[in-house]
Write a protein that binds this ligand. Structure first.
Ligand SMILES: [Zn+2]
Ligand SMILES: [Zn+2]
Length: 125
């Protein structure tokens, strides 16, 4: 298993080069916990580009399906189309930045432990 540092380096490289090699794609697929073929289909349209940070998240989507969506990292994506919510780039409660999706083992903020699925509800209060 590659270390988290190694994985993060691959993650960065991926975003600097929007059309990765098969090898890079597979490394990133592991990082994001998805299938490499599925990841290839999820790449942004040519010329759109992606941001590797901040990591963004729609809490409502995560509450339904607990996994990171790659389109949240597209430069053109500012909000969740499905929920009409602005994507979060940090915890709405404590302001902590999100870790890379491969490290989202527990699905909550590593600082204040609010669950990702509850973050969008917090914004509605
Ligand atoms: Zn959503
Ligand atoms: Zn927090």
């Amino acid at each position: 298993m590659p270390s988290a540092g190694f994985a993060y380096a691959r993650w960065e490289k991926f975003y600097h080069n929007p059309f990765p090699s098969r090898q890079q794609l597979e490394a990133i697929a592991v990082l994001m916990g998805v299938d490499a073929d599925r990841l290839a289909q999820m790449l942004p349209p040519e010329g759109v580009g992606m941001k590797h940070e901040p990591i963004r998240l729609c809490g409502a989507c995560y509450g339904e399906v607990p996994c990171h969506k790659i389109e949240w990292q597209f430069k053109t994506t500012q909000m969740c189309e499905k929920h009409k919510l602005s994507l979060l780039s940090e915890c709405p409660k404590c302001g902590a930045r999100f870790k890379i999706p491969a490290l989202w083992v527990d699905g909550w903020c590593q600082r204040c432990f609010i669950e990702f699925g509850n973050m969008s509800k917090l914004l509605c209060i």
